[in-house]
Design a protein around this ligand. Structure first.
Ligand code: ADP
Ligand code: UDP
Length: 237
């Protein structure tokens, strides 16, 4: 499918129109950001690694019966996706305490969470993605009750599939963020699933294998993403 005009430049991806208004091309760039865009760097190969990684995960989710926006990978850094009307609410599932939960509640990093928690954040760079609840989403018209119920159920299904998949490959899926959108009335999983938007630790050593390596200046960021992929059997070349 032909790449037409640039519609949106995000912090890590660029979104292009195609001749068919139902489809978009997403380009994964090497740009990497943290702390609401305050820390910015280019990490060689990250765009390619995340595009290939995301394609693999979306396929695994489709195989498990979870509908996603992914149509197909077009090149090293580009994928064809269904054009969604994005719901501006980020869904975060946590299996272990880390990140903002540790700061907010003063609990120890790594504390197992039974059952896994489900949180909503408003997608707003200007406001620093504040945490919200269902009443806010309803009162401000960001999502309907039915959409929120569906997004939570889908997020938990994604967690079941991926937590088991990473566990079998020797990793803990600590937490992750998902974005959903509407395609002809149906809620589909959109955006991406990659180590940029989740936390993954080695089960034996608890070594961080995700974007916390970038946030915390630990180095070896893309190498860690590739290690995760290799453990899942993904080839990046
Ligand atoms: P950000 O906007 O947070 O800086 P990105 O750099 O990842 O993020 O940009 C990708 C943008 O594309 C995001 O705003 C995301 O919500 C949006 N998006 C992801 N998938 C789709 C889709 N299938 N249809 C429309 N928009 C999408
Ligand atoms: N996350 C994300 N984008 C965001 C906010 C969070 O991908 O804008 C991911 C993050 O990588 C982690 C999970 O969501 O895997 C939970 O993030 P948290 O609330 O702990 O925030 P953080 O401290 O990472 O900013």
């Amino acid at each position: 499918m032909e790449k037409r005009e640039l519609l949106y430049t995000g912090k890590a991806k660029s979104v292009f129109a195609t001749p068919d208004s139902d489809y978009l091309i997403i380009e994964f760039r090497d740009d990497t950001s943290a702390f609401n865009g305050q820390k910015l760097e280019q990490l060689a190969r990250k765009g390619k690694v995340n595009n290939i990684f995301n394609t693999y995960i979306m396929q695994r989710l489709e195989q498990a019966g979870i509908a996603t926006h992914q149509v197909k990978q077009l090149s090293d850094t580009e994928s064809l996706v269904r054009r969604l009307q994005m719901i501006p609410v980020e869904c975060v599932v946590r299996n272990y305490a880390a990140g903002s939960l540790v700061k907010r509640l003063g609990v120890e990093e790594g504390l197992p969470l039974h059952p896994p928690t489900f949180e909503l954040f408003l997608k707003s760079d200007a406001l620093g993605d504040p945490m919200i609840n269902e009443a806010h989403a309803l009162a401000f018209g960001w999502a309907t009750h039915e959409q929120l119920v569906r997004m939570q159920a889908l997020s938990m299904q994604v967690n079941d599939v991926l937590a088991n998949m990473f566990d079998a490959a020797g990793m803990m899926l600590v937490d992750f963020k998902l974005e959903f959108g509407l395609f002809h009335g149906e809620i589909l999983l959109g955006d991406e699933f990659s180590p940029d938007g989740c936390r993954l630790w080695d089960k034996a050593t608890r070594k961080k294998l995700d974007k916390d390596r970038f946030r915390q200046g630990l180095g070896g960021v893309v190498e860690a993403y590739e290690e995760v992929g290799h453990r899942l059997g993904i080839k990046f070349d």
